[in-house]
Design a binder for this molecule. Structure first.
Ligand SMILES: Cc1cc2nc3c(=O)[nH]c(=O)nc-3n(C[C@H](O)[C@H](O)[C@H](O)COP(=O)(O)OP(=O)(O)OC[C@H]3O[C@@H](n4cnc5c(N)ncnc54)[C@H](O)[C@@H]3O)c2cc1C
Ligand code: FES
Ligand code: FES
Length: 1268
């Protein structure tokens, strides 16, 4: 065959060499089949937006099974024989929606909705398995959601469990329409999908089903083979110099060194590589998938005593990648990653080596060789095929445990992994053999051989022997320095901690000091739960009604359209940025010719091709102070700045060519880039000053003076929808479909950049896949680039940033440093406070947030004695930008750090210190603290925690109260246009408020329906247009929903006034009758209003929140679990309490993730961002959120200063999350006290509080690792 065949949603697809060989399934589905429901973001198998289901014969079981895969990782040519199902076939407007789609919408599990089809597809693959709640929770390490905070999605998922809790069943019953289905769990989905496929449906037939499939693409070839001998025949014909096997093809996502060479051989259908059997060993075919291997391990461990250890291995494999990757990723593929890159942190290698597994390799001429894994790493694998792995039985005297310390709960590579296997004499406890294997120490390190030798013949359950082993480990573990990884010292600490944990886990209870016991057990996450408590007033409905988000159901079906979902356009081209590889100097030569020589590359543009002003910012617009170049030419500002654009016929080609275009530079100076606030402060030219706060006086009772520095880093927005723009030449101008929170800036900047009039630039936004401030201005660089291509070629241009480019160029939350000196009395009451706040603006001062930092630094405290200065510095990094609660989060976190510092210094309860310093007027926090303390049973839990900490040396718990006062101000202008249609009285609304998940559209519709007195169903929100909401401010700062609703109220008032005379002439008309008459009488049924921040009715106000957080820390690994979070927030009279709960939860989790996980690391000499992918910049996944997550909206609240009594909600949750820093600090402090450190000593902690920072702050000494 010279083509491959498969089906997508039942439709037969045949692909041949007219398609690029390296086309991914995801690109094929989207751009060739025009099915946009399947999204893409990371292209690395991490975010899960691209998940589809596959029904195919599994060679290991011989059965046709349905399983999920990441379509971004699969080559379309590898899909031969598959039946693929995308979200479109699960349910839709036409087909009706599936149960899961309906439930995720009804459970408020969607916000921006960009991630939702991925969750739907992963769930779809699991439905037939009839899983328990705990199993389902564990099955979604494959999906990222940046908006919801996961709780609502977890609830939806668990409602499908065979043991779904009565509460969840009740919720399902409450959802009309679904009520019958919960009783009949078999009726999960009645749509046609791959699940229903049977063997009879199997349609791909060929004369010889095992004939090699060969597809030639000029100088490249794709082969799909079915037997081992075919592989060696290909080697005979094509040589062994330039080939790549692919099975799951997932390896390239983690080892970027792997490139597609001329010959690609797909071996995924070679069934001999997928079988397993037992001789005395377990013989596993090389290419058994990791997920199938996990099942084999579970089954074998349950039935064969000598393989009981496989239970431990199965648990460990569960922490490798995630299900869709494990469904196709193979054992051999994993181990070859370690062969290709010996420093690779393969978990499979660590496990297999701990039991002395061997590998069998086949070479030309049926040559077979078996060897150990360390020998395999040195073996020349050119022209060789791994056939199998042999795992030997381990007798009853073996004790085997394995460990993996990860930066988050799931889907992450190990920071350190380890497997220990000791053969022990049960009666004497003497070790007969010890095997100690570690990963991620260095490329060469495998075994702790000295420690292994030392332990032989010794009883390790003695303090002396244990200390002897630890001291040998301390000598022989020499981790290499890798700037993107935790330091060698910390990795060593972790490795030793794991060994100690292992010994604790196997030591006889009789000898173990009771307080050490819990150190031997892993921190296990129980089933999560959540509670949401709020009031509603049904007399106000649809206002205040917790209705489902208007677009939730179409988000769950993939029908909700985002920018890159515009169907493939005739003659469209794709653009990609070429990024600089220097941080200063000028561009010398861009090898345009070289790029154009590549087939299907259409153009390369540089700064010289720009017809207007080379800038995507617009000095004079709000927040914009200076120009920022779209393409740098001279004076490059940072490593990775775009210098050229490659245009090609496909997204993947444009991206891959852009990475390879040769660019030379001149005038590059050999100075290290300025990457930190401290370094920037040394150069006066880089520093500007900003807002200040002057003290009204100074207290006289200074008993203690406290000094410190608090520093928080950058945060990448991690919106699931990347920065993208589709520009379409239309008539004399351009339709610009930009992912923007600010149409006005896109319009103004594009026209200035292209040197055309603003009226020729029409910006349209339907919705965004998340924004969080990151699409206020940074997107415009992409819009300008896309518009340049569209104008120059007169063709539509699609420009989508790959994640690494997005992370590199798009700006982030501003890092902030707060230096403080504070004098307090004995109660911690501030007598004077001098603080200096410095923000890192990146290379330009655009979107400077100093005013926000300073105003929010006050938080809820009396500022009479506060003296605050603020500064902004420039660094050699992309210009930073707004990120959820820009400045406010940093300001609040800074003052809260000071409060904690004071509490430690004066040895008082931090809440008492806070209360002592709070403002008395207009401050609801003391009341809210008491309310929440009571409902969260704070006192009882505090006592229990005290006892726990006393009884546990290696586990610590803490409970922490945090407070937040968020000052809301109205800012800018928002238009709303309300149109009523005379035919049926239905209404459309279009506004200047961009829907990005915050629910503005739903609230707008609710308010419009409420104001007009009509059912909600009558109102439709249509996209945002720059010609309607002309000159509007960006959607941000939490006030969008309220501002838009204000404009809608005003527009509705105008309409009601116009309708009144007509209504007065009629007797009790229905709405439809009234509108028809008004239409007949030519009444203008369209009204527009633009709210501005000068409206007298709109005044600023404060939002309050209190949070009580409980955490538990594993002192030996630095890992922690958020056991419970209770949040009480005042949202006023909410337009939609369910939406507001979602905002609180999502923002809160985003903050937890920021303060404990998200870290940007740069190469100190080049300025290159080293954490530029989804496995190095780690955001929280579902199992990282609080185990017990409770959100309470304040009762009986009505905000007289807000719109219809409500308060803003979008950013406040993130400003409540700083409590995690202090909860963890308290756990660390407890351990430090046990270690003998001074309880009242304030110790340094680096943020984010990763395992690395935590272990550093704990500073446990090796001599503390004892048994009794
Ligand atoms: C998101 C993500 C998370 C991950 N997390 C982890 C993790 O936590 N821990 C971990 O250890 N790994 C992790 N991995 C790696 C994953 O386990 C591997 O990508 C996977 O096992 C590779 O298998 P594959 O079949 O896809 O290999 P492919 O990508 O198809 O191939 C990889 C390499 O193996 C070679 N190869 C494959 N089969 C053979 C054979 N029979 N003989 C000779 N050469 C062969 C290929 O030529 C190629 O060079 C992760 C991967 C992803 C994408
Ligand atoms: S997992 Fe495929 S795009 Fe993220
Ligand atoms: S709703 Fe999940 S990423 Fe936006």
């Amino acid at each position: 065959m010279t083509c491959v065949e498969f089906t997508v949603n039942g439709q037969k697809c045949t692909v041949n060499n007219l398609l690029h060989r390296d086309t991914s399934l995801s690109a094929y589905i989207r751009y060739f089949l025009g099915l946009p429901g399947t999204k893409a973001m990371c292209r690395q198998g991490v975010c899960g937006a691209c998940i589809v289901n596959v029904s195919a014969r599994r060679h290991t079981t011989g059965e046709i099974e349905t399983f999920s895969v990441n379509s971004c990782l699969v080559l379309v040519f590898s899909c031969h024989g598959w039946d693929i199902t995308t979200v479109e076939a699960i349910g839709s407007r036409g087909l009706g929606y599936s149960e899961f789609q309906k439930r995720i919408a009804a459970f408020h599990g969607t916000q921006c909705g960009f991630c939702t089809p991925g969750w739907v597809m992963q769930m779809q693959s699991l439905l037939p398995k009839n899983l328990m709640m705990i199993e389902l929770e564990n099955s979604f390490g494959s999906n990222t959601c940046r908006c919801t905070g996961y709780r609502s999605i977890f609830d939806t998922i668990k409602s499908f469990a065979v043991d779904a809790s009565p509460e969840l069943c009740q919720q399902v019953d409450d959802i009309e329409e679904l009520a019958t289905c919960i009783k009949d769990r078999t009726r999960i989905c009645n749509r046609k999908c791959s699940e229903t496929n049977s063997e009879d449906d199997w349609t791909v037939l060929s004369a010889d089903p095992e004939a090699v499939i060969t597809v030639h693409f000029g100088d490249k070839i794709f082969f799909k083979v079915f037997r081992e001998d075919q592989i060696f025949q290909l080697f005979n014909s094509y040589g062994v110099d330039n080939y790549l096997f692919i099975d799951g093809n997932t390896g390239r996502a983690v080892v970027h060194e792997i490139e597609y060479p001329a010959v690609v051989i797909d071996i995924s259908a070679v069934s001999s590589l997928k079988q397993y059997h037992f001789d005395q060993n377990l013989v596993l075919g090389a290419n058994i998938s990791l997920e199938e291997c996990l099942e084999i391990f579970k089954k074998t461990a349950a039935t064969m005593d000598d393989f009981k250890y496989l239970e431990e291995f199965a648990k460990h494999l569960d922490l490798v990648a995630q299900i869709p990757v494990r469904n196709i990723g193979s054992l051999a593929g994993n181990l070859m990653l370690k062969h290709i890159k010996p420093s690779y942190r393969s978990d499979v290698f660590v496990l297999f080596e701990a039991v002395g597994a061997t590998v069998t390799i086949r070479g030309a001429g049926n040559f077979l060789v078996s060897m150990s894994l360390p020998d395999f790493l040195k073996y020349d694998m050119r022209g060789k095929l791994i056939l199998n792995f042999e795992l030997p039985p381990q007798g009853p005297n073996h004790i085997i445990r394995s460990y993996k310390v990860m930066p988050r709960s799931q889907n992450a590579l190990a920071i350190v992994n380890a497997a220990f296997n000791i053969k022990i004499n049960p009666s004497t406890s003497v070790i007969e053999k010890a095997t100690i294997v570690y990963g991620n120490i260095s490329a060469a390190f495998i075994h702790a051989t000295q420690t292994e030798k030392y332990l032989k013949g010794k009883n390790v359950f003695s303090n002396n022997v244990l200390q002897g082993a630890i001291s040998r480990l301390n000598t022989e573990l020499v981790p290499v320095d890798d700037p993107a990884e935790p330091t060698p010292a910390i990795r060593k600490k972790m490795a030793i901690g794991l060994f100690y944990k292992f010994i604790l886990s196997i030591a006889p209870i009789s000898i173990l000091k009771p307080i050490y016991q819990s150190g031997g057990t892993p921190l296990t996450r129980p089933l999560s739960s959540g509670k949401q408590d709020f009031q509603t007033d049904s007399s106000l409905y649809p206002l205040n009604q917790p209705v489902q988000k208007l677009e939730a159901i179409i988000q769950s079906s993939g029908e909700a359209r985002y920018v890159n979902d515009i169907p493939p356009l005739p003659k469209e081209v794709f653009g990609a940025f070429v990024l600089s590889t220097v941080h200063n100097g000028d561009v010398d030569v861009v090898d345009v010719e070289g790029a154009l020589d590549i087939p299907d590359v259409i153009a390369v543009y540089t700064a010289k091709d720009i017809p207007g002003v080379n800038s995507f910012t617009f000095p004079g617009f709000q927040l914009q102070k200076e120009d920022e170049e779209v393409l740098a030419d001279t004076n490059i500002k940072y490593y990775g700045q775009p210098v050229a654009i490659v245009v090609a016929t496909s997204e993947e080609l444009a991206t891959s060519v852009a990475r390879k275009v040769k660019v030379t530079y001149k005038n590059v100076t050999n100075v290290a880039p300025v990457l930190t606030i401290n370094k920037a402060k040394l150069d006066k030219k880089r520093v500007i000053s900003g807002d200040t706060m002057e003290p009204k006086g100074r207290g006289t009772n200074v008993r203690k003076v406290i000094k410190g520095v608090f520093e928080v880093g950058a945060q990448y927005h991690y919106y699931l929808e990347p920065l993208s723009c589709v520009t379409i030449p239309v008539d004399n101008g351009f339709e610009v479909h930009d992912v923007t929170q600010w149409m006005d800036l896109t319009q103004g900047a594009v026209s200035r950049f292209l040197n055309i009039s603003e009226s020729d630039v029409h910006v349209k936004v339907r919705r965004l896949g998340g924004g969080f401030g990151g699409k206020i201005s940074r997107n415009v660089q992409v819009a300008c680039a896309s518009a340049l291509v569209a104008k120059t070629l007169d063709r539509p241009c699609r420009f989508i940033l790959p994640l690494d480019t997005n992370l590199t160029i798009a700006g982030r939350r501003l890092p902030c440093q707060c230096e403080y000196e504070v004098g307090v009395d004995n109660d911690g009451k501030i007598q004077y406070l001098n603080a200096s706040l410095t923000e890192d603006d990146g290379f330009s001062h655009n979107e400077n947030v100093l005013s926000y930092v300073v105003s929010s630094f006050a938080n809820c405290y009396n500022t009479d004695y506060f003296s605050v200065k603020s500064f902004a510095v420039t660094t050699d990094l992309p210009s930073n930008t707004f990120a959820r609660a820009p400045g406010t989060l940093e300001g609040i976190a800074s003052i809260e750090n000071i409060m904690e510092h004071i509490a430690v210094a004066v040895n008082k309860d931090p809440t008492d210190v806070r209360l002592a310093n709070m403002v008395k007027e207009e401050n609801d926090l003391p009341t809210l603290i008491n309310t929440l303390k009571a409902s969260a049973e704070y006192e009882r839990r505090s006592q229990e925690i005290k006892l726990f900490n006393k009884n546990n040396r290696w586990r610590k718990k803490s409970i922490q109260i945090s407070v937040m006062l968020f000052p809301v101000i109205y800012y800018g202008n928002y238009t709303a246009m309300v149109s009523i249609y005379r035919g049926d009285g239905s209404v459309t609304v279009t506004t200047g408020g961009i829907e990005m998940g915050q629910g503005v559209n739903t609230k707008a519709a609710q308010v419009c329906a409420y104001e007009l007195g009509i059912p909600l169903e009558k109102v439709t929100i249509i996209p945002n247009y720059s010609f309607v909401a002309a000159n509007n401010i960006f959607s941000g700062s939490s006030i969008v929903s309220e501002s838009v609703c204000f404009s809608i109220i005003k527009a509705c008032n105008t309409l009601k006034e116009r309708l009144k005379p007509i209504k007065d002439q009629m007797i009790n008309p229905t709405w439809e009758e009234l509108i028809k008459k008004a239409g007949d009488e030519l009444i203008d049924l369209t009204a527009t209003y633009m709210m501005t921040d000068k409206e007298p009715e709109l005044q600023g106000y404060n939002v309050f929140a209190v949070t009580i957080l409980e955490v538990e820390l594993d002192v030996l690994t630095g890992k922690f679990q958020i056991s419970r979070a209770d949040i009480l927030e005042d949202v006023g009279l909410s337009a939609n309490p369910k939406i507001d709960v979602g905002q609180v939860e999502g923002a809160y989790v985003q903050g937890l993730s920021y303060f404990t996980s998200e870290k940007l690391i740069f190469d100190k000499t080049t300025g290159q961002l080293l954490t530029s992918d989804a496995l190095s910049y780690e955001v929280y996944l579902a199992k990282d959120i609080p185990v017990d997550f409770r959100v309470n909206l304040r009762y009986n609240s009505n905000n007289p200063k807000g719109v219809l009594g409500s308060k803003a909600v979008g950013e406040m949750g993130i400003c409540s999350s700083h409590g995690i820093i202090y909860a963890l600090r308290q756990c660390i402090r407890e351990s430090r006290i046990d270690s003998g450190y001074d309880a009242n000593q304030w110790f340094d902690m680096d943020l984010p509080l990763t395992t690395e920072s935590i272990l550093k702050a704990l500073n446990v000494k090796n001599f503390e690792f004892i048994l009794y």
